[in-house]
Design a protein around this ligand. Structure first.
Ligand code: KIV
Length: 264
């Protein structure tokens, strides 16, 4: 695949070409996603639920994130990799935010960082962008605010909330974000935002009118315990793995593995 940069994504939007993003947390899946043509790999803090066994994204640390970003970079050296800013890695102070974002780029080789929040984060997005750190903004449903919101709910449903989201999107673009993830908002609102912005929008539960789509890899491969409404299962890898492991257990118990072909 041709090496992609932040301007490639803007050009894709201008050309009407959809952008494909998926999460990746380890080297082999990063390599497979890159080979399949995925254009942006997101080491999302969904890492917490998908891989680390947490109930939400809040416990994920910068050290966890760096560890997995490095693995993804090793698996897909040429891919465009976005590292997520973890809960409280960018909220405490601008200095801490700059330091943590720089670590994702310098230590893990990320091409960009992503952070959750609306217009209130525009000044930070501006600082990061001014330092040469490309930022994917993330508006709509903000999983890092799950406790404050009392659950995961579709956002932007009232007229006022929709107006606020549109204002957030403009503020984040004006501050220098090069792309905007829109999570769980009505499709018509996402289409309106996508039409007004010049930067690409990447939707998850935000309908077909976005300039690209992002999904959690475990959801689309059938490896999650729960499939959100916005996701679609493209394979039942969970069943295949359970069946394969069941067969392995049965053969070891029966004494039929290893066979002559697996022995020296
Ligand atoms: O952490 C993540 O995987 C994300 C996507 C769902 C956009 O933020």
């Amino acid at each position: 695949m041709k090496k992609l940069t932040v301007s490639s994504f803007r050009k894709m939007k201008e050309a009407g070409e959809k952008i494909v993003m998926v999460t990746a947390y380890d080297a082999p899946t990063a390599a497979m996603a890159y080979e399949a043509g995925v254009e942006m790999l997101l080491v999302g803090d969904s890492l917490g639920m998908a891989v680390l066994g947490y109930k939400n994204t809040l416990p994920v640390t910068m050290e966890d994130m760096l560890h997995h970003c490095k693995a993804v970079r090793r698996g897909a050296p040429e891919a465009f990799v976005v590292g997520d800013m973890t809960f409280m890695s960018y909220q405490i102070s601008t200095e801490e935010a700059l330091h943590n974002a720089a670590r994702l780029m310098k230590e893990a080789g990320c091409n960009a960082v992503k952070l959750e929040g609306g217009a209130e984060y525009a000044p930070l997005v501006g600082r990061l962008a001014a330092c040469g750190i490309p930022v994917v903004a993330h508006a709509g449903l903000l999983p890092q605010k799950v406790e404050a919101m009392g659950g995961y709910r579709v956002q932007g449903k009232t007229e006022e909330a929709a107006r606020q989201l549109l204002a957030d999107a403009h503020a984040l673009e004006d501050a220098g974000a090069f792309a905007l993830v829109l999570e769980c908002i009505p499709a018509a609102l996402a289409e309106k935002i996508s039409g007004e912005l010049t930067i690409p929008t990447i939707g998850i539960g935000a309908g077909i009118g976005c300039n690209g789509q992002v999904q959690v890899i475990h959801d689309i491969l059938g490896m999650s315990c729960y499939l959100p409404k916005h996701a679609k299962c493209y394979a039942d890898a969970g069943s295949m793995i359970r069946k394969a492991l069941g067969d392995y257990v049965a053969e070891v118990k029966a004494g039929s593995f290893p066979g002559p072909g697996n022995s020296f």
